[in-house]
Design a protein around this ligand. Structure first.
Ligand SMILES: [Fe+2]
Ligand SMILES: [Fe+2]
Length: 256
């Protein structure tokens, strides 16, 4: 089973050429699912969401999408009255979606918040209810591979230190451990990396994606990931954009 992990598309602050190359690569990859881990838009405007919806409508496989901090309107009343109304109208009603197959169970968790007890509302948080939801989802699944996607990363890359941006991260990690989640997909940092974490003999891979098409690149070019699941192994290809196309720059395999 083949799943693409794209993130931080930031429609409204994106590059058309990279968008087209990304769509062509996704549709040419015989995917079973695309997971988009938040920051679909730059400023959560109607126009940006319309562009995002048009892009997603051209995908030839199912999509599982979660919001990011940029998918909430800025300092206007909408943020406080109905923060996710535009996201729900244009992208998906469900903010914590799931995807089930015989091989892979995916659970999406919305970590974007209207307001946080911190000056930086770009940070994220995970609630007790969401942690219970993670445990319940995987307790009810027989799929050998367990994947969670969340916008804000729970682990930071050694080569890209950034303040922990996810509140209740310990609570989240303990739910991930208890549910024996295999892969946690995230974005937000616009930086791709894999951080393994071993707990009680079980390995969880924390996989981050770079920005798929936004001009807000940091230390890395645009990129995304493809995960190839077999019954007892997964191969992860990390792709980067260069000279008009996406190519693999790093790959790793992990076995159960
Ligand atoms: Fe972003
Ligand atoms: Fe973000």
């Amino acid at each position: 089973m083949k799943i693409a992990h794209i993130s931080d598309l930031h429609f409204g602050a994106h590059e058309d050429e990279v968008r087209d190359a990304l769509l062509a690569h996704l549709n040419g990859s015989e995917l079973d699912l695309v997971i988009a881990s938040g920051d679909i838009t730059q400023s959560a405007t109607v126009d940006e969401f319309e562009q995002a919806r048009a892009f997603f409508s051209r995908l030839t496989c199912p999509l599982l999408c979660i919001p990011g901090n940029h998918d909430l309107p800025g300092m206007d009343l909408t943020r406080f009255i109905s923060p996710f109304s535009r996201y729900k109208r244009f992208i998906a009603q469900e903010l914590n979606p799931q995807f089930q197959s015989a091989l892979v169970q995916v659970k999406g968790i919305n970590s974007a918040r209207m307001i946080l007890p911190h000056w930086n509302w770009a940070n994220g948080s995970i609630s007790r209810t969401q942690c219970r939801d993670i445990k319940r989802t995987f307790a009810a699944s027989n799929a050998p591979w367990r994947v969670v996607t969340v916008h804000h990363p729970a682990m930071n890359s050694k080569d890209f230190p950034l303040d922990v941006s996810l509140y209740n991260v310990r609570r989240f990690l303990s739910a991930v451990d208890e549910a024996r989640v295999d892969v946690v997909l995230a974005g937000h940092q616009h930086h791709a990396y894999i951080e393994p974490r071993v707990m009680d003999g079980h390995t969880t891979l924390f996989l981050n994606a770079s920005t798929g098409m936004s001009h807000r690149i940091r230390r890395q070019p645009h990129g995304f990931n493809i995960l190839n699941f077999a019954p007892t192994s997964v191969r992860i290809d990390m792709l980067r954009y260069d000279k008009g196309q996406f190519t693999i720059f790093e790959a790793m395999s992990h076995s159960k």
